[in-house]
Write a protein that binds this ligand. Sequence first.
Ligand code: GTP
Ligand code: MG
Length: 203
Amino acid sequence: VIITQGKYLASAVKPEQYPELQRKEVVFIGRSNVGKSSLINSLTRVRNLARVSSQPGKTQTINFYEIGAKIQDVPERQDFYLVDLPGYGYAKTGAERRKIWSRFINEYLLTSPNIQFVCQLIDIRHEPMASDVEMFKWLVENNLPVLVIATKADKVSKNAAAKSIAAIKRKLGVQEMDVLPYSSVKNQGRDELLEVIAGCLTD
Ligand code: GTP
Ligand code: MG
């Protein structure tokens, strides 16, 4: 896929606020601060498209980005949406907030007919936490295709990255599944992710 443009489209906390025009959706989910918004900027090569912050809890709504896309030798445009979700597992947002969080996000994940797959991001430097394992199982139970992405790959050596990926698979209980290492700083993993997206846009 060649990304021709990326622009912010809408924010939502309920279905009436989802974009009116239906397009295929690729969703990003993960703990606060794991690098969801940075990955969207790296993938689209649009600087500051999604707001990045060193402070966890930056993204608070379901954010839809309209992505212009073109596939080689396919004449029609393949525009789609990238969807950035608020991070989970951030203690400071408090129990009440967390409840609201899970309500509107669950609602989106369970009702949107356009979701192609969900990228679940896990920091390559840490073993998956209980909330990561819980989220992964929940997505699988609800028949959402998941691609696990290990973020901030530039922060560890190649060797440590391989070990980490093995640990992620072990914790999630999926030895045979691919986990994609990604660095938004170096754009590592970008081509591979675009390839996966191309696959779902053309079928
Ligand atoms: P919330 O919106 O709060 O849930 O966070 P998020 O998952 O969207 O994370 P965000 O993209 O805002 O990044 C959090 C921090 O990690 C920022 O300081 C980023 O600069 C840093 N970061 C994100 N991706 C990478 C990466 O690939 N490499 C490095 N070195 N830092 C990264
Ligand atoms: Mg964010």
